[in-house]
Design a protein around this ligand. Structure first.
Ligand code: IPM
Ligand code: MG
Length: 352
């Protein structure tokens, strides 16, 4: 197979973790006989410094021309002024919208060898935790009308029926390959957009009679996630609710450095990135955990390229390294002496 991958290192630890993910891509090429052409693309704070915008047009064009996009992380204190007109996050939102990646798939699970890293009591986590947040990514309050008027400011949550329908279908399809239950998260007791959400999800659900839909209010969902997390399997959310709940879910696993994500649309092209940020405080020290980015490569091979065996080889290599007790600093809980970013990348490559 021959594919073009746009690679965005971004800022902070982005450069280091992407370097490890690229090692894994090369290993897969060599072992399975594929050709992956990598094109490096500038986006984020580094692009602001150089071009004055987070996502220059030519960067978006390169991503559009690729079969998949692999992203490290963007942002940092240098560009953190909330009043600034140009911000690294605009690059991320522009990329999601520009690639029409409306479905954000965020698996969060407790890895057995890392169960102790979860901040939840054993009695709560003992039944396991393995969920997927399916977050609408190109609509809602993130993209609604916003502005300032006199002494007030406003942001608008707006969803259309087709936007809700297409994300609901993705959640139902994912649920068909899992436990066949979808918790649809809303605030239908208050918000009109949530009432439309609930109504539309119920209608789409008729096409998936094998799936159980549970409507849950977002505040209750936030509570239930820490009270009884194993009741969830697929959580279907709007853009902002998914933003919040996926951070909460990631903390339940205790190892945000492990969690990958995919953003897809109607075609096979997708955007793959770790769910953690650019961690500027530890950048350049060879201590960041590259596993989330490496697992994002596995998601890319699986979802965009249909390379299931290759994706499984990466997953298995990661598991084997963890089982043998190798840890980067963020996941070293048992007094293991941590290994560095590059060592972790090399170990995973060896085991592929
Ligand atoms: C995320 C991030 C982004 C979001 C920010 C950086 C714009 O928090 O990917 O969850 O809110 O979507
Ligand atoms: Mg977020």
């Amino acid at each position: 197979m021959r594919k073009n991958i746009a690679v965005i290192e971004g800022d902070g630890i982005g450069v280091e973790i992407i370097a490890q993910a690229v090692k894994v891509i090369k290993k897969i090429e060599q072992k399975f006989g594929h050709i992956f052409n990598l094109e490096y693309v500038e986006m984020g704070g580094c692009a602001i410094d150089k071009y004055g915008v987070a996502l220059p047009d030519f960067s978006l064009e390169k991503c559009r021309a690729a079969d998949a996009v692999l992203l490290g992380a963007v942002g940092g204190p240098k560009w953190d002024d909330p009043t600034a007109k140009v911000r690294p996050e605009q690059g991320l939102l522009g990329l999601r919208a520009g690639l029409e990646c409306y479905a954000n798939i965020r698996p969060a699970k407790v890895y057995k060898p890392l169960a102790e890293a979860s901040p939840l009591k054993d009695s709560i986590i003992s039944e396991g935790f393995d969920i997927v947040v399916v977050r609408e990514l190109t609509g809602g309050i993130y993209f609604g009308e916003s502005g300032r008027e006199g002494d007030s400011a406003y942001d608008t949550e707006r969803y259309s029926i087709p936007e809700i329908e297409r994300i609901a279908r993705i959640a139902f399809k994912i649920a068909q390959g899992r436990k066949k239950i979808v918790h649809s998260v809303d605030k239908a007791n208050v918000l009109e957009s949530s009432r439309l959400w609930r109504e539309t999800v119920a209608r789409v659900a008729k096409d998936y009679p094998d799936i159980t839909v549970v409507n849950i209010l977002v505040d209750n969902a936030a509570m239930q996630l820490v009270r009884n997390p194993s009741q969830f399997d697929v959580m279907l959310t709007s853009n902002i609710f998914g933003d919040i709940l996926s951070d909460e879910a990631s903390q339940i696993t205790g190892s945000i450095g492990m969690l990958a994500s995919a953003s897809t649309g109607d075609g096979s092209r997708g955007l793959y990135e770790p769910i953690h940020g650019s961690a500027p405080d530890i950048a350049g020290k060879n201590i960041a955990n590259p596993i989330a980015t490496i697992l994002s490569v596995a998601m890319m091979l699986d979802i965009s390229f249909g390379l299931k065996e290759e994706a499984a080889a990466i997953d298995a290599a990661v598991n084997s390294v963890l089982e043998d007790g190798f840890r980067t600093a963020d996941i070293a809980t048992n007094g293991e002496s941590p290994i560095g970013t590059t060592e972790m990348g090399s170990l995973i490559c060896e085991r592929i």
